[in-house]
Design a protein around this ligand. Structure first.
Ligand SMILES: C[S@@+](CC[C@H](N)C(=O)[O-])C[C@H]1O[C@@H](n2cnc3c(N)ncnc32)[C@H](O)[C@@H]1O
Length: 288
């Protein structure tokens, strides 16, 4: 199975900024990715480490293409972070998000926080311990993009169930005579399939995956969540910075087709090995 010249369920070797130009229009259902960050760890000689000043211009190319090759029903999930140098946090992520929305036509549907369960303590005595990364959710068409929220609902917390029982919401007004004037917001009954997840995620970090020789892998929880929420079986999920192949594994686990781009061929081999290990019953040729 192919889209344009690209075989699906395969990671293609090359520079994403060039490969993305060859994807056909309206061909991808979901992009989920974590790019190399500015001033980042080394991913091998092929990867030029960009300064925050160079980064935005470089990365905008992919978003300009994504506006073209994403389907109207599609989403682009970007996990990214910034860092502090000499007591100042860099602002390139904010500049990037601003310019994506102003210059490419993609729309920012939402921004999420990934709260990391574990993180290294910060050096220096003024900075607090940093436990978060950003996740930005862009869409091509704010009306037509698809979501399947009932699949990702979570059990209600005790306190929310109590509120439903007492029929009191955060915005309700307690009148001087003790009666409650119900707000128009929110539903008066719990949803039978559970609550919507919040915009703060507690995915594990990739370091929980022992033995994986990639410096910055996702934990599978992250791509799995978004693939489940935003696509259907058989859809095409692109990770333009495939690294060690976590998005590929998440996509296959949920019966989606994946497409990967990666500039370092050692990581492509790693992805193929992981896929063969995870899915020993599948036709091996499908992944290499
Ligand atoms: C943060 S890692 C992605 C990790 C991945 N999410 C995983 O779970 O393993 C970023 C990856 O992008 C690759 N990369 C960097 N620049 C690239 C480029 N211009 N084209 C394609 N891949 C690139 C790096 O080799 C690295 O593996």
């Amino acid at each position: 199975m192919k889209i344009g010249k690209f075989e699906l369920n395969k990671t293609h070797l090359g520079d994403t900024m060039k490969l993305a130009k060859e994807l056909p229009d309206n061909s991808v259902d979901l992009i989920v990715t974590s790019p190399p960050y500015a001033d980042t760890v080394s991913y091998g000689n092929e990867v030029k480490i960009l300064t925050p000043e160079q980064y935005v211009e470089w990365f905008l190319t992919l978003f300009e293409e994504a506006k073209r090759f994403l389907k109207d029903s599609g989403s682009f999930i970007l996990n990214i972070n910034d860092k502090s140098n000499n007591g100042e946090r860099s602002t390139y992520v904010f500049e990037l998000v601003y310019r994506i929305t102003k210059e490419t036509g993609l729309k920012l549907f939402d921004r999420y926080i990934w709260f990391k369960k574990s993180a290294l303590p910060m050096t220096g005595d003024k900075r607090l311990n940093d436990r978060i990364e950003y996740i930005f959710h862009f869409v091509k068409d704010s009306k037509k993009f698809k979501t399947f929220t009932d699949r990702i609902r979570v059990p209600y917390k005790e306190v929310s169930l109590k509120r439903f029982k007492n029929k009191v919401h955060g915005n309700d007004i307690i009148l001087p005579n003790g009666e409650t004037k119900l707000s128009q917001r929110g539903s008066s009954k719990p949803h039978p399939k559970g609550a919507k997840p919040t915009t703060v995620f507690r995915f594990d970090t990739g370091s929980a995956l022992r033995g994986l020789k990639h410096p910055a892998p996702f934990h599978p929880q992250l791509p799995e969540f978004f693939i489940d929420w935003l696509t259907n079986e058989g859809d095409v999920v692109l990770d333009p910075f495939m690294g060690g192949g976590t998005t590929a594994i998440a996509a296959k686990k949920l019966n989606r087709n994946f497409l990967g781009f990666e500039i370092n061929k050692e990581y492509i081999k790693m992805t193929e090995e992981r896929l063969k290990q995870e899915f020993p019953d599948k036709n091996i040729k499908e992944f290499s």
